[in-house]
Design a protein around this ligand. Structure first.
Ligand code: C5P
Length: 350
C-alpha cells in the first residue's frame, strides 16, 4: 500500500464541566464528547528519503480565525514524527495533505482530529498492527482531545479529557454550528476561567439519562458548558449570540458553546429544525435574530464553503446566511454513527 485517505471527524462537547486543577497547568474535566460528521480529509502517502512533509488547503476566510500552525506545532505532523521515532525500522517517510473543512481555533478539535487520523492512517499504511490501546497511548501524548478523535462516537471524557468511557448518548442529533469570524485560544479561555467565580455547570447524569430516553426537554436543561463564562468574558458578544440563538431555536433545540469556543452549537433531534434555523438567521448589529420570512434552501446535510458565512446545500446552493452572517461559517451536520466511523478510510490503493 502506498497511500491512504482518512476522514478526520470533528467533535462537540454536549456537556463540559471543570472539576479542578491538575498538575502541569491543566484542568480536570468531565465532558460528554460527541463526534460529528463534519470532517477534514487527511491524505497520507509514502515518500522516499524519510521525514514528514505537510501541505494543506482551506478556504482563505477560515485562516483568519486562527493560523494553521507551522509543521512542528501541527498535530498531524507530530503524530507522524511520533510513530517514526517509535518504529524507526517500519515507519518511513510520509507526505501529509490536509483538506481542511473543520474551522480552525473553533472548539471543534480540528487539529486533534487530524492527529488521530494520521495515527490511524499510518498504522494501516505501514502495517504496524497497533491495538486500540496502543493507538490511544500515542494519541494521549499528542493532546487531550486526540484519544476521543480515534473513535469519535459518544464518550465521557475525564482527566484532561483523555480518560474515555464510551457511552450510549441516545439517538443521532442534528447540529447547526456557527463559527464567528474570530478564533479563541483554549489556553486563554482556561486561564480566564481561573480568574472568575464559579459559574453554571452541567448535570452529566441527567443529560445522558434524558438523551437515552428521548426526553429532550430534560436533556436540554441539563446541558451546559462551564467554559462558556470565560469565553464570554473574553468576547462579550458571545453571550448575546448564545442568548439570541437559543431564543431562535426555542424549545426544539439546545444551544451551547463547543469546547472552549467560539463555535456555537445548536442541537436538534430533527434535521428540518436545524436547516430551517440556518436559513432564517440574521446578524443585526451585534444581535442574532431570525428573519421574518423563512428562506429555505439546501438539501440534506450542508457543508461549509468558507466564504462569507455561506451555507452550501448538497448542490452548492448558497443560502441567505451568506448575506446575513458575513464572515461567519455556518454548518449543518449530524452526529457521527458507527457506519461513518467504519467507512472513514475513504481510499487506499489496496
Ligand atoms: O491539550 P491541548 O494542547 O489541546 O490544550 C491546550 C491548552 O488548554 C493547555 O496548554 C492548557 O492551558 C489548556 N487546557 C487545560 N485543561 C485541559 C485541556 C486544556 O487547562 N483539560
Amino acid at each position: 500500500m502506498e497511500r491512504v485517505t482518512v476522514k478526520a471527524f470533528a467533535k462537540v462537547n454536549m456537556t463540559l464541566d471543570v472539576l479542578g486543577a491538575l498538575p502541569g497547568g491543566y484542568h480536570e474535566l468531565e465532558t460528554l464528547f460527541r463526534g460529528i460528521r463534519l470532517h477534514d480529509l487527511v491524505a497520507l502517502e509514502k515518500k522516499s528519503g524519510g521525514g514528514v512533509s505537510l501541505t494543506w488547503d482551506a478556504p482563505p476566510s477560515w485562516v483568519k480565525g486562527g493560523e494553521l500552525p507551522p509543521d512542528q506545532d501541527n498535530l498531524a505532523a507530530r503524530a507522524a514524527w511520533l510513530l517514526q521515532s517509535a518504529y524507526p525500522g517500519q515507519v518511513g517517510g510520509v507526505s501529509i495533505r490536509l483538506r481542511k473543512k473543520i474551522p480552525l481555533a473553533a472548539g471543534l478539535a480540528g487539529g486533534s482530529a487530524d492527529g488521530a487520523a494520521v495515527l490511524l492512517g499510518l498504522n494501516r499504511l505501514f502495517q504496524l498492527g497497533l491495538s486500540d490501546a496502543a493507538l490511544a497511548r500515542f494519541a494521549g501524548q499528542l493532546g487531550a482531545d486526540v484519544p476521543f478523535c480515534l473513535r469519535p462516537l459518544a464518550a465521557v471524557g475525564r482527566g484532561r479529557g483523555e480518560l474515555l468511557e464510551p457511552v450510549d448518548a441516545g439517538p443521532p442529533l442534528w447540529l447547526l454550528l456557527l463559527k464567528p469570524p474570530f478564533g479563541l485560544s483554549t489556553a486563554a479561555v482556561f486561564a480566564r476561567l481561573d480568574q472568575l467565580p464559579a459559574g453554571r455547570r452541567p448535570d452529566l447524569g441527567q443529560a445522558l439519562a434524558a438523551l437515552r430516553a428521548g426526553d429532550f426537554a430534560r436533556a436540554w436543561s441539563a446541558m451546559d458548558n462551564a467554559l462558556a463564562a470565560a469565553a464570554c468574558d473574553l468576547r462579550p458578544e458571545l453571550a448575546r449570540w448564545l442568548e439570541g440563538l437559543q431564543a431562535a431555536a426555542g424549545s426544539a433545540g439546545r444551544v451551547t458553546l463547543s469546547g472552549s469556543g467560539p463555535t456555537l452549537a445548536a442541537f436538534f433531534p430533527a434535521a428540518a429544525d436545524a436547516r430551517r434555523l440556518a436559513a432564517r438567521l440574521t446578524l443585526s448589529g451585534d444581535e442574532i435574530t431570525t428573519a421574518a420570512r423563512d428562506e429555505r434552501g439546501g438539501t440534506g446535510e450542508s457543508g461549509p464553503t468558507g466564504a462569507r458565512g455561506d451555507v452550501a446545500g448538497a448542490g452548492g446552493r448558497r443560502l441567505a446566511a451568506r448575506r446575513r452572517l458575513p464572515g461567519w461559517t455556518v454548518i449543518v451536520t449530524r452526529t457521527a454513527t458507527e457506519a461513518d466511523i467504519a467507512n472513514r478510510m475513504v481510499s487506499s490503493d489496496t
